[in-house]
Design a protein around this ligand. Structure first.
Ligand code: KIV
Ligand code: NA
Length: 268
C-alpha cells in the first residue's frame, strides 16, 4: 500500500506513529521496510550528509538529487521533500515552482514548508495546485540567524498564543499535517488537541500524533552533542570506525585477503 497525504491525515488521534528522515537509497529503504507511513527528505541533509554547519546553504539541486534517490526506492511511505532556504521565501510563485519540481523531477509526494500564518498563502497555493503540504512550526531552523540559536520555542505566554495561531493557520490553509519542533510538551499537547490534522513532534512531547527523528541521529551516525529530544538507538559511527580500522589493520598485517577471499586457478 502506498501512503497518501489523505491517508496520513486519518492517523489523527490514533496510536502514535513514527516517521524518519531519509536522504538516499540506503536510508529510504530502511524507513520504507520498517513500514513507516512518512519519510522526510529533510534539509537536515545539510549537516547529516553534506557537511554544512546549518541548513541555510542547501540548494534546490542538492535537495532534488537526494529526493530523487529516495523516490527511486521507497514504495510505501509518503515521501515529503523539505523546501530549502530561499526556494520559497521570495514569493508564492517561487515557492509553487520549487514545490512542483519535487513532484515533477524527484517523485516526491508532498513538500514541507517552514513557518506559520505568514506561509498560509503559499500552503493554499500549493494545495490548490495539487501539491500536498506538511507544515512546520516552533523551532524553524532556516530562521536560525533571526532566532539567534537553536532554542526552545513557546515558553512565553505570547509565544504560546502565536504558535497556536500559526498551527491553526497552517491547518486552515490546507496542510495535511504539521511538524512541531522543540517546544514544551504541554504546548505540543495543546496544539495537538486544537488541530484536526496530525501533529508530528520532534522535541514536542509524547502527546503529538506522531514523532519524527533525523535518521542519522537515531542511528548514531554523527558524533558530538545531540539535542535533548534525540534518542540514539544505535552507534553506527563507532561501529563504522571499528570496521574500517579492522580492515586497515588486517591489510597491514596480511590477514586480508585470506584464501577465502581469493580466486583460485593458475596464472600462466
Ligand atoms: O530537516 C529535517 O530533518 C526536519 C525534521 C527534523 C523535521 O525538518
Ligand atoms: Na528541515
Amino acid at each position: 500500500m502506498k501512503w497518501t497525504a489523505r491517508k496520513l491525515r486519518e492517523l489523527k488521534g490514533g496510536d502514535p506513529f513514527a516517521a524518519l528522515t531519509a536522504y538516499d537509497a540506503f536510508t529510504g529503504r530502511i524507513a520504507d521496510e520498517a513500514g513507516l507511513p512518512l519519510c522526510l527528505v529533510g534539509d537536515s541533509l545539510a549537516g547529516t550528509v553534506l557537511g554544512y554547519d546549518d541548513t541555510l546553504p542547501v540548494t534546490m539541486d542538492e535537495m532534488l538529487h537526494h529526493a530523487a534517490a529516495v523516490g527511486r526506492v521507497v514504495t510505501s511511505a509518503l515521501i515529503v521533500a523539505d523546501m530549502p532556504f530561499m526556494s520559497y521565501q521570495p514569493s508564492v510563485a517561487d515557492g509553487l515552482r520549487s514545490a512542483g519540481r519535487f513532484l515533477k523531477q524527484a517523485r516526491s509526494d508532498a513538500v514541507k514548508i517552514e513557518g506559520g500564518a505568514h506561509r498560509a498563502e503559499l500552503i493554499s497555493a500549493c494545495r490548490e495546485n495539487g501539491i500536498p503540504v506538511l507544515g512546520h512550526i516552533g523551532l524553524t531552523p532556516q530562521s536560525v540567524r533571526e532566532i539567534g540559536g537553536y532554542r526552545i520555542q513557546g515558553r512565553e505566554p505570547e509565544e504560546v498564543r502565536r504558535l497556536l495561531d500559526d498551527a491553526m493557520a497552517v491547518e486552515q490553509a490546507g496542510a495535511f499535517a504539521v511538524v512541531l519542533e522543540c517546544m514544551p510538551a504541554s504546548l505540543g499537547a495543546k496544539i495537538t488537541e486544537a488541530l484536526t490534522i496530525p501533529t508530528i513532534g520532534i522535541g514536542a512531547g509524547p502527546d503529538c500524533d506522531g514523532q519524527v527523528l533525523v535518521i542519522s541521529d537515531l542511528l548514531g551516525m554523527n558524533r558530538g552533542r545531540a539535542p535533548r529530544f534525540v534518542k540514539r538507538y544505535a552507534d553506527f559511527a563507532s561501529e563504522a570506525q571499528r570496521a574500517v580500522e579492522a580492515f586497515r589493520d588486517e591489510v597491514g598485517s596480511r590477514r586480508f585477503p585470506s584464501s577465502e577471499h581469493c580466486y583460485g586457478g593458475d596464472a600462466r
